[in-house]
Design a protein around this ligand. Structure first.
Ligand SMILES: *[C@@H]1O[C@H](CO)[C@@H](O)[C@H](O)[C@H]1NC(C)=O
Ligand SMILES: *[C@@H]1O[C@H](CO)[C@@H](O)[C@H](O)[C@H]1NC(C)=O
Ligand SMILES: *[C@@H]1O[C@H](CO)[C@@H](O)[C@H](O)[C@H]1NC(C)=O
Length: 498
């Protein structure tokens, strides 16, 4: 009851101020309602540097607030919002939301996260991979992307953990449970402010290290949904989507040497290459150490597994591939050097420079003083020293799948960072209620509506869980296969089998 009333008041209050020419220069505040248990949601319109913001506060999250502005840089025909979730005085998460291009009242809602940790979702996910807008590095302009995922879903891109991309503040988040709590607070304030999206099924999607973020966020949201805490808006969590994700490191590391040394479709090294011999020798001890971390999860076990596995089975192959002139994120390609260390996509240099421009920041409601960087290693480092990178995030998926939340893992098969063989392995091993069926079923060809043989699909539970291998695609499969991955995601959210 409260939510319906609140939603109505918010819309009628906002229309004159934000859609038309904003009148109020002085802050104007309206308390939007309260209910029997004393919850309230308030909205304040104010101007800063000629840009109009709305500040949203909710009594259930006394330390948090949302600052919203309405950019119109691209895909101008859809409703969009950008701004910040202020988690605390020293922690601010940037988001950019786009409504679906068709039937947004009924289209599902998706949260998309990139990895690293410390890689900007805005730079990588939104402007490069699957967003409504694409940055054209020739014309140096932001343009509409015809195959943006908001063709199908309402989508919000979040720069997190705190300090990543346009997010800022000295208050860092250095653990996966911390990431989950911050993302949950974002979803709560966003859905409280826009209750029309809270009616929609939510799909939480993440790439690369997002394979750790997404299960943690999903588990946190599901636990809060089931809890007795008052003042929360229920989240209709429908599915989790992992894109070339790192979720179960033991399986991922177990397959790495094999994938790179003859077992994968684009092997950069021969089976008996001396480096391959060394990586294969390091694999069993690495896997045992990660399994010890799974069994006895603490700093000592998980820190030790990270300290052994990362150099021996991750960094060493990454550097060898780089030295061979290949792109580890897409083994089909030669490396085109970028200013970002170890990265072979010069497009990211241009995107980062554009995001660092004063005019861009101003139009998105970002502080001029913020120094935009594509990747922040000081955000990444603590996740490794705390052993977070080798946690078994996949284990969190079991109760979620058993409770009816659907699970999709897709993987471009040219990726040498999170290779598809490791993802397929843990997807087949994961012991949820569809395990027996998924472990037994052979991969089926995945052919798109245009007749293109886009990959292979292994699915069970009438499409409740699916692993999809994407052909001719690397770590950023939506960038390499925009048409096929949009069709994949469209069918997935509709619950249609491929
Ligand atoms: C980028 O801009 C250039 C120059 O305006 C144009 O020729 C090209 O088609 C654009 N690229 C894309 C992918 O739209
Ligand atoms: C971003 O721009 C500022 C000046 O506006 C500059 O000092 C800084 O070096 C730039 N950052 C990057 C990563 O280029
Ligand atoms: C784990 O170690 C890191 C430093 O490496 C420290 O910051 C953190 O507090 C430790 N966590 C626990 C649970 O001991």
């Amino acid at each position: 009851m409260l939510r319906a009333i609140v939603g109505l008041l918010v819309s009628s209050f906002l229309l004159p101020g934000v859609h038309g020419r904003p009148q109020a220069q002085e802050p104007s505040q309206v308390a939007l309602g309260s209910n029997a248990v004393g919850e309230w949601l308030s909205s304040t319109i104010y101007a800063e540097d000629g840009v109009h913001f709305e500040r949203v506060q909710h009594s259930h999250f006394p330390k948090h607030q949302l600052r919203i502005t309405r950019p119109k840089l691209c895909d101008k025909q859809v409703e969009q919002y950008s701004g910040y979730l202020d988690v605390a005085d020293d922690k601010h998460l940037f988001f950019w939301f786009f409504e679906a291009r068709h039937d947004p009242e009924n289209a599902p809602l998706m949260l998309w996260l990139n990895g690293g940790p410390g890689v900007s979702t805005i730079a990588s996910g939104l402007l490069f991979e699957n967003g409504p807008c694409i940055f054209n590095t020739t014309s140096w302009r932001i343009e509409d992307r015809p195959l943006g995922w908001n063709e199908k879903v309402n989508i919000v891109y979040l720069d997190q953990p705190a300090g990543t991309g346009y997010s800022y503040g000295a208050g860092t988040t250095t653990t996966l449970p911390g990431v989950a709590a911050d993302a949950d607070a974002f979803l709560q304030l966003f859905l409280q402010r826009f209750p029309r999206y809270a009616r929609l099924p939510l799909h939480i999607a993440g790439e690369s290290f997002g394979g750790h973020f997404v299960p943690h966020i999903g588990a946190f949201v599901a636990a809060q949904n089931a809890g007795t805490s008052t003042g929360r808006i229920p989240v209709r969590l429908a599915s989790l989507v992992l894109a070339n994700g790192l979720s179960e490191p033991a399986s991922q590391f177990a397959t790495s040497a094999d994938y790179l040394c003859g077992g994968g479709p684009y092997p950069p090294f021969a089976h008996d290459d001396r480096r391959c011999v060394a990586w294969r020798a390091a694999t069993p001890p690495c896997v045992r150490m990660i399994e010890t971390c799974y069994a006895y999860e603490n700093n000592a076990t998980c820190g030790a597994a990270t300290a052994y596995c990362w150099p021996a089975v991750f960094t060493s192959p990454v550097e060898a591939v780089h030295a061979a002139g290949k792109n580890i994120h897409d083994l089909r390609a030669e490396c085109e050097e970028s200013a970002i260390p170890g990265n072979c996509y010069p497009q990211f240099d241009a995107i980062s420079e554009w995001l660092n421009q004063t005019s861009t920041k101003r139009r998105l409601g970002v502080d001029q003083a913020l120094d935009f960087q594509f990747m922040k290693s000081d955000i990444q480092q603590p996740f490794f020293t705390n052993g977070q990178a080798v946690l078994n995030s996949a284990a969190l998926l079991v109760p979620l799948v058993n409770s009816g939340i659907r699970l999709l893992a897709f993987a471009g098969d040219a990726d040498g960072v999170c290779n598809y063989m490791g993802i397929e392995l843990w997807m087949r091993r994961l012991e949820h209620k569809h395990h027996a069926e998924l472990a037994a079923v052979p991969p089926q060809p995945w052919v798109t509506s245009t007749g293109y043989h886009a990959g292979e699909v292994t699915a069970a539970g009438k499409g409740a869980v699916a692993f999809v291998r994407v052909f001719e695609a690397g770590h950023m499969a939506p960038y390499d296969q925009p048409e096929a991955t949009l069709e994949l995601i469209s069918k997935w959210v509709d619950g249609e089998e491929l």
